[in-house]
Design a binder for this molecule. Sequence first.
Ligand code: UDP
Ligand code: MG
Length: 313
Amino acid sequence: MHQKKKISLVIPVYNEQEMIVDNLKTIIRVVDSTDCDLEVIAVDDGSKDSSLTRLKDYQQEEARLKIVAFTRNFGKEAAIQAGLEAASGDACVVMDSDLQHPPELIPEMIAMWRQGIYVVEGVKVDRGEESIKSRVFANGFYYLFFKATGLSLKNHSDFKLLDKKVVDTYLSLPERERFFRGLVHWISYPSASLPFNVAERVGGQSSWGQLKLMKYAINNITSFSSMPLKLIGLIGAITLLIGFFVGAISIVQKIAGHSVDGFTTVNLLIILMGGAILFSLGILGHYLSRIYNEIKSRPSYVIKKISDSDEIN
Ligand code: UDP
Ligand code: MG
């Protein structure tokens, strides 16, 4: 006979007014079919629509719903962190609010966890109705991330079950700008993966534009690897080698009396060098801004109100 365990669902919510309550009901119904106690932590990440009001209304009939409301949009990573901080279960399941992470998998995740697996990761088999552009982008990112860090995250998602121990370790890490997927992998407790097909989004729309994704990708790579910094050294070394080579040719030609027409060469060199130097400065600047952000030690989010079953204004 199992001892009754408590599962905390951590669900970030941003502008999901259309389906949030129905989706929560679906998710809760699935977890209620297991023999676990349940708490649901919905983190309203500064939604501009009426998501928070809908959540508050739903809380009247669902006492196990806890709402954490941010003062503004701090991003999904911050929402996940706040949800984990508010959770009190023996295990936490982090999942999206749009049903793209199938709740039917949760009982299986719980069963695996009960067998002693600390982290059960939902891994995407089929990336759903995604455009070729975002597919190429995602694969390119995972390839670069793997090259830079040695951690393979291909098709990983934020849909995960974490044992309380893993949650505590995750929360004890001092860094502020976090990459949930990468950090859980980095913590490396015994884990197993559970494949799933990405469903169509139920209601609303994805809030990730190409630019936001690009920034996210760059931030994640630089938060895990200093490889781009070392790349600057490599760019420098290669440029130096080319410089020696071109320099030697120029001197030989000068001595032989037929030096090349200089204007194009000089133009090209200035553009190339200028580009390489600015690019390198950009990389340095990016790391500098990350250090700046970490050193300021501002919290990753600000909570407007937190509630169990009491009223949020
Ligand atoms: N989300 C959030 N803050 C944000 C953007 C998204 O909390 O700034 C939530 C959103 O409500 C959803 C999950 O993160 O529950 C995934 O977002 P979305 O479906 O837009 O991303 P996609 O599925 O396209 O990766
Ligand atoms: Mg989604």
